[in-house]
Design a protein around this ligand. Structure first.
Ligand code: DX5
Ligand code: ZN
Length: 222
């Protein structure tokens, strides 16, 4: 079973709660919240106050993707805001594993993300301590980009390693994903699927999510 995590970056920020309620009604399990600081990525999105406001309106699992430099500085804020999963970037700090351990010490699930140019093998040594790995399928920073095909193989490398070592973690993919290309990623071993534009910009987000689930069912990890 795949988990769909709609990214609110593509929602209408003037009616965030309504847009979020729409995907929750359509059966999204997670809500993907992209935090950008204008330094780690060349864009600024929103921070903990927005997440904490949304928390009162939703029961979805809050999947917080931190695209910020030195994320350790803000973990407490995002825990307090109601994050259920906090993802930091491998490239954003000196010692990602210590940040992962800090997140765990707060009772929150922890994940590490890699940008398209970061080799997946760098994650192997810490994988047994992670709840999830996030493989970026576009350069982080903006919604609405095209998926970079070379990133698909990285998902496979990570899933094969996890299987070979008896690790049960989730593999999330993020960027340029919709019902038409999702199959490549589920076949490679991804099970948590982020989609921003494909869901929030659609006339019928419900239909898009159904099409995504159908495609995932027809294309399992092999
Ligand atoms: C990009 C973000 C993504 C983005 C995905 O840096 O991490 O979560 O919102 O948007 P789409 O699905 O439109 O590529
Ligand atoms: Zn994201």
């Amino acid at each position: 079973m795949i988990i769909i995590s709609p990214s609110v970056l593509a929602a209408d920020f003037s009616r965030l709660a309504e847009d979020v309620a729409k995907v929750e009604r359509a059966g999204a399990e997670y809500l993907h919240l992209d935090v950008m600081d204008g330094i780690f990525v060349p864009n600024i999105s929103f921070g903990a106050p927005v997440i904490s406001s949304l928390r009162k309106h939703s029961k979805m699992v809050f999947d917080v993707h931190l695209m910020i430099t030195d994320p350790i500085r803000y973990i407490d804020d995002f825990v307090k805001a109601g994050a259920d999963i906090i993802t930091i970037h491998y490239e954003s700090c000196e010692d990602p594993l210590s940040v992962v351990r800090y997140i765990h010490s707060k009772g929150v699930r922890a994940a590490v993300s890699i940008k398209p140019a970061t080799p997946p093998e760098l994650i192997f040594p810490m994988m047994s301590e992670l709840d999830m790995v996030l493989v970026m399928t576009v350069e982080p920073g903006f919604g609405g980009q095209k998926l970079i095909p070379e990133t698909v193989q990285k998902v496979k490398v990570l899933r094969d390693y996890a299987e070979a070592n008896g690790l049960k973690l989730d593999i999330e993919v993020d960027g340029g994903i919709g019902a038409d290309n999702l199959y490549m990623l589920t076949e490679a071993g991804a099970n948590v699927i982020v989609a921003g534009s494909a869901i929030f910009k659609a006339e019928d987000p419900d239909a898009v999510m159904r099409a995504m689930r159908k495609s995932a069912d027809e294309h399992p990890y092999k």
